[in-house]
Write a protein that binds this ligand. Sequence first.
Ligand SMILES: [Zn+2]
Length: 199
Amino acid sequence: MNYKHLCLVNLFIGIIAAFGLGVMVGSLANTPTTAEPSISMPASPTPEPTPTATLEPTPTVTFVPRPSPVPDPRPREIWVSLGEFKLTAYCGCTKCCGKWGINRPLDADGRPMVYTANQSIAVEGLTVAADISLLPYGTVLYIDGHKYVVQDCGSAIKGKKLDIYFEHHSDAWAFGVKHREVYIIKRIITQRSTNDERA
Ligand SMILES: [Zn+2]
């Protein structure tokens, strides 16, 4: 082996060595380093929890349908006695009504129309004069089971006195004077929610 060959061999070895060194260095460089010291970053301040406006729960107003006291469609009627009254009778004539009996207007049949003190037209079997301080106009009275309505008054009709209207004077005169117990009907409005006494 001559000198030239030695040089080539040395060169070759050198290249190999150089290459090997390079690989080693490279591998060293690529060797994953141990766990990097974890850099503790200053923890980003956790944002204060946004104060969520906690709304007070709206109180749900529940309207409980309370059974309103329903008036009984059949009011209980009770008879209330007003005691015994003195009953007289009258008609629309001047004997019974004095000056009020003059020039009564006539109806279609030519009969005098008797306007009562509350401007009703007197009707036989219905109209009665009473002491309106005790029994106001419109008061319904029952005498012997018959219904009358207070529609008139009279200077002599005070207290427990009633004057019953008749169309003809003869009938009023025949009636005379009587004493009868007088009743009114009171309607008791009971309520379904209570224990009424309809039995
Ligand atoms: Zn008369």
